[in-house]
Design a binder for this molecule. Sequence first.
Ligand SMILES: [Zn+2]
Length: 301
Amino acid sequence: MPELPEVETIVSGLESVLPGLKIRDVWTDFEKYIKEPKSFGKFKKEIVGRKILGVERKGKNVLVHLSGNMTLLVHQKMTGHLLYGKWKEKKTPDGKTAWKSAIPGPLRDDPENRFIRLVFFLSSGFQLALCDMRKFAKVLLWPTDRLAELKDIGELGPDPFDKNLTLKKFKERLRGSRAIKQVLMDPKIIAGIGNIYADEILWAAGVHPAKKTDKLTAEEIKKIYSSIKPILRRAIKARGSSYIDYRDAFGRKGRYQEMHYAYQMTGTKCKKNDGGIIKKIKIGQRSAHFCPVHQKPPQIK
Ligand SMILES: [Zn+2]
C-alpha cells in the first residue's frame, strides 16, 4: 500500500500538472469506487466542469481541491496509484474498454500501469487516471470546508511532519499497551506510516517491533520519535518504495526499495554491521522485519 512517502511523491507530481485544469468528463468500469455521492451518475454530474485548484496529501489520502468548495478524495489503498498521462480507448475482444497509453515509456510499457479503472478527462487533453489492480481504492467527492466530517480525515492522527507533534505529544499518543509496530501503523495515532516505514523507523531507532508501548524507555521513545522524519524524508527523496506495484504520477518507479534497511530484507546482513541477520516475524496479522542484534527482543517474564 502506498504510504506517506509514496503518496507525497504522487501528490507533488500531480500538483505540478493539475492546478488550473478543468475536468471535462469521467469514465469508469468499476462504479463501486465512488462512495460519495452514492451513484456514479451523480458523481459525474457533480464533478464535470469543475476546475482543479490544488492537490494535497492528508495521511495516505490524496485530496484534489476543486472549484465551488468541492474536494475529490482518493485513498489508493492496496494497489492503487494515480497517473497523469494520455490514454487511447480500445475495445478488447470481449467488448470491454481498455486503455493504452499514447505516451511511450513506463505509462505504456510497465505492466503495473495497465490497470486503468477510472479516468478523468482534463482540459489539457491529458487525463488523470486511477490504476488499481486489486480494486480496493476509495473515491469520493465532499465539500472542502466539511472534510473533517469524513472519518478518513477527521479521525486521522497528526502528520509526522506536523510541527505541533512534539516529543511530549508523541509520547502521550503511545499510551496503552500494544506492540509499537502496530501503534506506528495506526492512522489514528500518527498518520501515513504503514508496514514498510514502521519497520524502517524501528530499525533506525533500535527498538524491537513487538515491544509493548508501556515497556518502552524514555530513551527508546525519543529514538523512535527522532527516527520518523529522517526515514520518511529519505524515502521521499528516493521517490518512494516500488517494492511491488507503487509508481509515481508519471508511471515511474521509486528507488527506496533499493535502500530498505529492514523491510523485506530477511536473511541479509544488518546494515549497521553488527553481525545481525534481518529476521521476519508476525505481529498480529502483519509481518515485521528487524535485526535481532541491535533491536533486542523484549524480555518475556
Ligand atoms: Zn543490527
